[in-house]
Design a protein around this ligand. Structure first.
Ligand code: ADP
Ligand code: MG
Length: 728
């Protein structure tokens, strides 16, 4: 569609009326899920008990029970208008996958029946040859299968026609047992975390028998009118604008942030939130973000596996519902140059089966030590594994957001807030040899004063990639398109590993120290605190000074994704995954290669789109405009207006020199791409795309954006930033 027509269409949109369901949110919340309540009502007590145990303890579900659950699921789903079912899984492409089968079948005697057996619930075999496996499947010639994850409730997704598909959250595994998805390692990491954290929690409270991780994901996104989106091939193909001059009014005024939500956007939000609530996704917060046309949605936190599933589902839902509202959602980390990017803030904590948030400061002095123990262990884990954590957020999209020209740097640091920093400093400097029996350890350790200082801890630092925010950590550097399961799997694993080390040290020291255990705990924490000083940073994480300071401290600042991803295959990381049994060496290596492949594909697509737009949209328009200018200059000259004619001629010169530059650079970029494509090693190829192909992006863009300022607005073929960002 031509730019003007798209703009007209976008401007003519009206605000749709959203029909709200009757009753309160609690009346329809989770109504499209095969929830605990539904199971209780439809299953026999025995089957219900078995499924509950499977959810709580990971027990296996046998064939007869599976048949009963499948049958109940089918009746429930069919009664709600579902005609198909699918295993819903997370292949390593980053998104989700599904293959729908009908419940409808023909029985052996030719009758039409509705069928869904336990075996189909428990396991399915998608034709998975097109999902990435990083070489695993080819080598073993193993087919993949999907396996039901009972810990995440099945749900019904409806299509435009109003019929539904029963979606069964599943793991995806090769027949030789290799993990081919993002969910299964996350589940593994939870097992490891549970074991390690429970042992440490037991130092303080014997009643804890299970620890799980909690997660609340704040999701940022941009919203652009569908017609405008479709008229920008770069947005359609790569999710970001490769060209576009920043508008006169950018985000300098910061007037969009927390401002009133535009009515059309609000209608979209109400609509997708309704559907999300029906799917049991506890969406709670909606607001404008810093950049124009940027927004955020955040649910209440949940158990981490569920939170990750729900985030993927929510993204899916948002894309679908946006289309209905003539919008397109942009999840790309940096869709617009010069304007804030989007992230996915992962609010993470650990909680016990006794109902305690292990990262929440308590009003009881006794519990303060437990809190500080977990807090310091998380800090230590992040500090000792910063490069690995950095690898989990490396992607082609996030590369524009981390360590690029305008974005935050790619340095992992931790923000604690002034009060918490003070608490740790005091603890570190306490002289403690041994706390004698009969002494009150909390008074001696100064831990009796913590709660009052901490409970009003309202410090916020929006520039920190990893911030303590009162009762949880917020990992803010995760990209907005990411599957949170990946960084969260790593966070769980490194914290589990750290807690295990801590417990071993504690046990060893305990043997010799006959005093109170609190003294022993603090002895270890004191050392950790002093070892972690380098990663703690309270200042402006976006400043140039921080980059310099971080370099002095020896912190990594890896800008390119291919380089950052290398952390996955470092010997210590491979050992970490192997000893914790979260991933095997082969699986880790496969993931590394898949990430590189993804990176290459994305940069390649962008580069091609850029070449195409530059040539067929920009240069061709510039030439036409130039021709008009030439005629104009000639006419002026004929009239004897030499000075005026000269002014036009200099404009013509500028245009032609920019055209020449664009063509020259585009050709060079194509050559760079060719030689990268000839490289056999995937690691080297990714590196070449990063350093030899991508370097042309800014250079070509510079010339094109200058042309945008010169050429008549009427003629410019690409929808402009001011239109993309301000029409809604
Ligand atoms: P912010 O000021 O960063 O917007 P919020 O209080 O809105 O903070 O919380 C952001 C997210 O953190 C929400 O999704 C919230 O549910 C989640 N959150 C709160 N407590 C926890 C916790 N203990 N574990 C995990 N996430 C949590
Ligand atoms: Mg936040």
């Amino acid at each position: 569609m031509k730019r003007q027509k798209a703009v007209e269409l976008a401007q003519s949109r009206t605000v749709p009326v959203i029909r709200l369901p009757e009753g309160k949110v609690t009346d329809f919340y989770g109504s499209n899920t095969f929830s605990d309540e539904v199971m209780k009502a439809l299953l026999s007590p025995e089957a219900y008990r078995k499924v509950s145990l499977a959810i709580l303890d990971g027990d296996n579900i046998d064939g007869t029970i599976a048949d009963e659950v499948a049958s109940a699921m089918k009746s429930w789903a069919v009664s709600k208008g579902a005609t198909h079912y699918t295993h819903w899984f997370q292949p390593l492409t980053g998104g989700t996958a599904e293959k729908h089968d009908a419940f409808f079948d023909i029985s052996f005697d030719g009758k039409a029946i509705e069928k869904f057996k336990g075996s189909a619930l428990v396991q399915q075999e998608p034709d998975a040859s097109s999902f990435p496996s990083g070489g695993i499947r080819e080598t073993f010639e193993a087919r993949g299968y999907t396996a039901w994850d009972p810990t995440s409730p099945a749900f019904i997704m409806y299509n435009e026609a109003g019929t539904g598909t029963l979606c069964i959250p599943s793991a995806y595994i090769s027949y030789t047992g290799e993990l081919l998805d993002s969910k299964t390692p996350l589940l593994n990491s939870l097992t490891v975390l549970d074991k390690a954290a429970t042992l440490v929690a037991n130092i303080f409270d014997r009643h804890v028998t299970k620890v799980t991780a909690t997660l609340g994901i704040e999701q940022e996104y941009f919203l652009v009118d569908k017609a405008l989106f479709n008229s920008r091939p770069d947005l359609v193909m790569s999710g970001r604008t490769v060209f576009g001059h920043p508008p006169a009014k950018g985000q300098q005024l910061e007037d969009h942030y927390f401002g009133s939500i535009p009515p059309r956007v609000n209608a979209f939000m109400v609509d997708f939130e309704l559907e999300a609530l029906k799917l049991g996704i506890p969406v709670r917060t909606r607001h404008n973000e810093v950049a124009p046309a940027q927004f955020e949605v955040a649910p209440t936190f949940e158990e981490i596996n569920l939170a990750c599933d729900h985030n993927l589902l929510l993204m899916d839902l948002m894309k679908k519902i946006a289309k209905k509202h003539n919008f397109e959602v942009l999840f790309h980390e940096k869709p617009f140059a010069g304007i804030n990017g989007s992230g996915k803030h992962n609010n993470w904590s650990m909680s016990t089966d006794t109902g305690v948030n292990l990262l929440s400061p308590s009003t009881k002095p006794k519990e303060s030590l437990r809190f500080v123990t977990f807090l310091v262990n998380v800090i230590k884990a992040v500090r000792d594994n910063a490069d690995l954590l950095r690898a989990t957020i490396a992607s082609a999209g996030n590369e524009y957001r981390l360590g690029a020209n305008e974005a935050p740097p790619a340095i992992i640091s931790i923000f604690l807030g002034s009060q918490m920093t003070q608490v740790l400093e005091e603890l570190e400097n306490k002289e403690i040899v041994k706390i004698e029996k009969g002494e009150n350890p909390y008074i001696k350790l100064g831990l009796n004063r913590i709660p009052s200082i901490l409970l009003d801890n309202t410090d916020r630092n929006r520039t920190s990639p990893f911030a303590f925010t009162g009762n949880k950590f917020e990992f803010r550097a995760v990209g907005s398109t990411a599957n949170s399961g990946v960084p969260m799997m790593v966070l769980n694993t490194i914290v589990a590993n750290q807690l295990t080390k801590f417990k071993e040290e504690f046990d060893k020291l305990r043997e010799n120290d006959q005093g109170k255990k609190e003294g022993v705990v603090v002895k270890i924490l004191k050392r950790y605190i002093s070892e972690c000083k380098d990663i703690l940073f309270e200042g402006n994480g976006y400043s140039k000074e921080w980059e310099i300071e971080a370099a002095k401290r020896g912190l990594s600042n890896v800008k390119g994704a291919p380089e950052a991803l290398k952390a996955y295959i470092s010997p210590s990381v491979q050992e970490l995954f192997e000893t914790t049994k979260v991933l095997t060496r082969r699986e880790i290596h496969a993931r590394y290669e898949i990430e590189l492949e993804n990176y290459i594909k994305k940069v390649q697509i962008e580069s091609r789109v850029m070449g195409d737009l530059a040539q067929n949209h920009v240069v061709s328009t510039a030439i036409k405009y130039q021709t008009r200018l030439v005629e104009n200059a000639k006419a002026l000259k004929d009239l004897g207006l030499n000075k005026e004619s000269d002014a036009i001629v200099s404009l013509i010169k500028e245009i032609s020199s920019r055209i020449a530059k664009i063509q020259e650079l585009s050709e060079e970029m194509t050559e760079a791409r060719k030689s990268a494509n000839n490289e056999v090693s995937v690691a080297k190829r990714a590196e070449m795309y990063n350093s030899n192909v991508k370097v042309y992006f800014d250079k070509i863009r510079y010339e094109v954006d200058k042309l945008e300022l010169i050429i008549d607005d009427e003629d410019w073929p690409l929808v402009k930033y001011r239109e993309l960002l301000y029409i809604r």
